[in-house]
Design a protein around this ligand. Structure first.
Ligand SMILES: Cc1cc2nc3c(=O)[nH]c(=O)nc-3n(C[C@H](O)[C@H](O)[C@H](O)COP(=O)(O)OP(=O)(O)OC[C@H]3O[C@@H](n4cnc5c(N)ncnc54)[C@H](O)[C@@H]3O)c2cc1C
Length: 405
């Protein structure tokens, strides 16, 4: 790798780094911009291990970044897909209350969705639910006909190819190991050589806190990895799910609860749960990184979080090791499901920022430094919102770095 000079370097070739890169080049065509990615391919981590849902914007507190970016982001995303011939389907989603005491929370979700501008939302009773999802059980449900499914790797690669077509450069196999401030700006070191830049945007996902530290940023959060494990419905059982079936989530926890997700080419997944991983990119139960685990257990925020959520955490671990418990939870939504219907599935790892006071950051967190912007928390619906988040980051870059074309 030559020691080249760039106006701006983006660290991380996931969907958010690539959306930002594409939109930045559009806004400032003459800027020399590079994306630096540690893996041999783009979109290998959260972007390549998610549920593939185009969320409509129901869950999020009005006024939050998630509320602002999700519904609008979904519209931008589907328009981008229409223009670039990327397949997606609006298969619709039901959030199902399985007992009377969940109805007030479901009603709150309906109101939030309406406040967030989600179109077509409807509260439906058991009979209508049977028409939409014949095998689901619920005393009431929230029907979101516009929620969709997509392959986010394909989307991320399309962003990358637009970026390259407009003159941007992408370096893969280039883990950033150190960043130094020099008189000329920033020197970004990778094993293949150093790159010089005036500005930097940190979209490093599971390692975003580490990259921020390389620049001496005091972030007051640490990323704790939460693995989400899936089962796959066997082909003969896929008829049990038509679209997307979700439970009413626990409002104290930023995850949505195990659900059923249909994928574009037919497979149906059940999951993901949320268990703490012992390695940031630990996709298997046996994946352990002693250094990273040590970093977690010596973080005060981890212990404060554990004090608040130990019961939920233990429940998640129990479900992770017991297929029977997993199935029991799924049966609340689709009573016909049996253990024999589930085959093995994959897993994803969420980069969850945890504050020093133990709070799991619920909203997207994007912070502005002197010469850098850091995306410190971009959980779900980050992929749905990728164009809206990228647009927001480009606006921050214009304000802070004086983008010029
Ligand atoms: C299990 C799961 C299910 C989800 N489901 C959905 C869903 O259905 N819908 C939705 O909208 N969102 C969903 N999400 C969230 C969504 O996947 C994320 O919000 C999104 O992918 C975040 O993208 P990113 O670019 O920030 O991170 P990533 O995709 O993780 O990209 C970060 C990149 O940075 C690179 N990197 C890290 N460190 C370095 C370094 N030092 N040097 C160079 N490169 C580095 C990594 O290799 C990686 O490629 C889900 C997430 C998970 C984990």
């Amino acid at each position: 790798m030559d020691s080249k000079q760039y106006d701006l370097i983006i660290i991380g070739g996931g969907i958010i780094g690539l959306s930002t890169a594409m939109q930045l080049k559009r806004r400032a065509p003459r800027w020399r911009v590079a994306v630096v990615e540690k893996e041999a391919e783009l979109a290998r981590h959260q972007t390549g291990h998610n549920s593939g849902v185009i969320h409509s914007g129901i869950y999020y507190r009005p006024g939050s970044h998630k509320a602002n970016f999700c519904a609008g982001g979904a519209r931008l995303l589907t328009r981008f897909c229409d223009e670039n011939e990327i397949e997606y389907q609006r298969c619709g989603k039901t959030i199902v209350a399985t007992s009377q005491d969940e109805i007030p929370r479901l009603q709150t979700l309906y109101e939030r969705g309406v406040a967030n501008g989600v179109e077509g939302l409807e509260m439906i009773g058991p009979e209508r639910l049977k028409e939409v999802e014949p095998h689901a059980f619920g005393v009431q449900a929230l029907w979101s006909p516009n929620t969709g499914i997509i392959d986010y790797v394909q989307v991320a690669k399309a962003y990358a190819s637009r970026f390259e077509q407009s003159g941007g450069e992408i370096f893969t196999n280039a883990p950033v190991q150190r960043i130094a401030r020099t008189s000329a700006g920033l020197e970004v070191e990778t094993p293949g050589g150093a790159l010089q830049a005036k500005h930097l945007i940190n979209c490093a996902g599971l390692y975003a806190d580490r990259v921020a530290q390389m620049l001496g940023e005091k972030t007051d959060v640490q990323i704790i990895p939460f693995r989400g494990e899936y089962y796959t419905l066997k082909p003969e059982s896929q008829h049990l799910v038509k679209g997307l079936i979700y439970p009413v989530p626990d409002p104290r926890f930023p995850f949505l609860g195990v659900h059923f997700t249909r994928h574009l080419n037919g497979p149906v997944e059940a999951g993901p749960n949320a268990v703490m991983a012992l390695k940031r990119e630990g996709y298997r139960k046996r994946d352990v990184d002693l250094g990273e685990s040590w970093e977690t257990i010596t973080y005060s925020g981890f212990w404060r979080m554990s004090r608040k959520h130990w019961k939920t955490g233990l429940g998640e671990m129990h479900r992770s090791y017991s297929k029977g418990v997993f199935v029991h939870d799924l049966q609340k939504l689709v009573p016909e499901i049996r253990e024999k219907d589930l085959g093995t599935g994959g897993a994803g790892v969420r980069a969850q920022a945890v504050a020093r006071n133990g709070a799991l950051l619920d909203d997207f967190s994007i912070i502005e430094g002197r010469d850098a912007i850091h995306v410190l928390n971009a959980p779900s619906p980050g992929a749905t919102s990728s164009l809206a988040i990228g647009d927001h980051i480009v606006s921050l870059a214009a304000k802070n770095f004086g983008l010029s074309n």
